[in-house]
Design a protein around this ligand. Structure first.
Ligand code: KG4
Ligand code: ZN
Length: 352
C-alpha cells in the first residue's frame, strides 16, 4: 500500500509518500515540508489569507518533488489522502481540491483525513504501536488528551478551555519581546532563568477533569512583566523559566488526571504518545519521561519533524483508513472544526 498525503491545515505546506511495511508500521519515501514561519513572522502569528495563498504557491511543487524523491509515478500510488480539517478554511480548500483533482485524474481513491487523527496515528507508522494508547497533543492550535482505541475510535479525555499550550508559549514570548515563534525562544531563554523567582498560577491543578486552561497563566506573566517594566535580561529569563515550570506542572497534573479517567473507564493504555510542536520542549519531555516511568507507561515521542505538521502523517492515516475500506468520495467537505470524538462531533456540528 502506497499513499500520497497532503497537509495544508495551518502554516506548513506538505506532500509525502508513505508505504506500509508488511510487518506493520510505515516507510516514509518522501516528506516535503515547506514552513511559512518567515511569511507570518512580521505579524507575530499565522495570517489565514497569507497562509492560503502560500499553500497555492507551494503545493504543486511539493507534490512533484515528493513523487520524484520517492521515485514513484502517480500511476503507482494506491490512493491520495488530504487533510480536510480541522484548520483554516482557505488552506483546507487548497489541499482538498488538489488532492481530489489528482485522485480524479489518476483514477485513484481519495481519502479525506482528520488532521488530529493523523497526529494520533503517527506512532503506529513510526513505532508500530498497538491500540489502545493515550496521546497528548500540544501544538499552536491544539491541546488535547485522547484515548486512541482503534482507527476511527477515539475518546477525548480533556482539552483546553482557552489558549493552546503552544499559543501560550507564543504569547508569552511576544509579550517578553522574544522573536517569533515564542516556544523555542522561551525554552532557550528559560535555561538562564530562575524558575522559582515568580510564583505563577497553575490553572486547573488537582481538578479531576483532565482539561487545561492557560490564559490565566499568560495574564499572570503579563502582570509581572508590566509591574517590572522596563524588563532586565535577568527578569525576562526568570519569567520564561517560571512560566515554563508552571506549564510543566500543569501538563503532568492534567496527564495524570487523564490516565486516571482512562483507567477508571476500563481502558488500559500501555503507552503515552506526545505530538505537536510543543513536544519538542526538553523540560516537558523530561517531566513526561519521569511521569511515565512512575505510572508504568511507555513514552513514545516520534522524531520532532513527525510531531509537527507534515504530509507523512496524513499519508499514513490514509493507509490506515484504506485498509479498513474507509474511502471518501469527491464531495468530501472541508471542516474548519472537526473533533475526533464522535460524541462531541454531533454537539459541535449542531452548533455550527
Ligand atoms: O505542531 P506545530 O508545528 O503546529 C502548529 O500549531 O502550527 O506547533 C507549533 C507550536 C508553536 O506554538 C511553537 O511555539 C511551539 O509549537 N513550540 C514550542 C517549542 N517548539 C515549538 N513550544 C515550547 N517549547 C519548544 N521547544
Ligand atoms: Zn497539527
Amino acid at each position: 500500500m502506497l499513499v500520497l498525503g497532503i497537509e495544508t491545515t495551518c502554516d506548513e505546506t506538505s506532500a509525502a509518500v508513505v508505504r506500509k511495511r508488511p510487518e506493520g508500521g510505515g516507510d516514509i519515501l518522501a516528506n516535503e515540508v515547506m514552513s511559512q514561519i518567515a511569511e507570518h513572522a512580521a505579524y507575530g502569528g499565522v495570517v489565514p489569507e497569507i497562509a492560503a495563498r502560500a499553500h497555492v504557491d507551494y503545493l504543486d511543487h511539493l507534490i512533484r518533488r515528493a513523487l520524484a524523491h520517492a521515485g514513484v509515478a502517480l500511476a503507482q500510488i494506491d490512493a491520495v489522502a488530504a487533510a480536510a480539517g480541522p484548520g483554516l478554511i482557505g488552506g483546507l480548500l487548497v489541499g482538498l481540491t488538489a488532492g481530489k483533482a489528482l485522485a480524479w485524474a489518476a483514477g485513484k481513491p481519495f481519502v479525506a483525513v482528520n488532521h488530529l487523527e493523523a497526529h494520533a496515528l503517527t506512532a503506529r507508522m513510526t513505532d508500530n504501536l498497538p491500540f489502545p494508547y493515550m496521546i497528548l497533543l500540544m501544538s499552536g492550535g491544539h491541546t488535547q488528551l485522547l484515548e486512541v482505541r482503534g482507527v476511527g475510535d477515539y475518546r477525548r479525555l480533556g482539552s483546553t478551555i482557552d489558549d493552546a499550550i503552544g499559543e501560550a508559549f507564543d504569547k508569552v514570548g511576544k509579550l517578553l519581546g522574544l522573536p517569533y515563534p515564542g516556544g523555542p525562544n522561551v525554552e532557550r531563554t528559560a535555561l538562564e532563568g530562575d524558575p522559582a523567582r515568580f510564583d505563577l498560577p497553575r490553572p486547573m491543578l488537582g481538578r479531576p477533569d483532565p482539561d487545561f486552561s492557560l490564559s490565566g497563566l499568560k495574564t499572570a506573566v503579563r502582570n509581572e512583566a508590566t509591574r517590572l517594566a522596563p524588563l532586565s535580561r535577568t527578569s525576562v529569563a526568570d519569567l520564561c523559566a517560571s512560566f515554563q515550570s508552571a506549564v510543566v506542572d500543569v501538563v503532568i497534573d492534567r496527564t495524570r488526571a487523564a490516565l486516571r479517567v482512562s483507567r477508571e473507564g476500563g481502558t488500559r493504555p500501555e503507552a503515552l504518545v506526545v505530538a505537536g510542536g510543543v513536544a519538542a520542549n526538553g523540560a516537558i519531555r523530561r517531566a513526561l519521561g519521569r511521569f511515565c516511568g512512575e505510572s508504568g507507561l511507555r513514552l513514545v515521542a516520534p522524531p520532532p519533524e513527525l510531531c509537527t505538521d507534515n504530509g507523512a502523517m496524513i499519508a499514513w492515516a490514509g493507509i490506515e483508513r484504506m485498509e479498513r475500506g474507509l474511502v471518501s468520495d469527491f464531495t468530501a467537505a472541508a471542516h474548519p472544526r472537526w473533533p475526533l470524538d464522535a460524541r462531541l462531533e454531533t454537539r459541535h456540528h449542531g452548533k455550527a
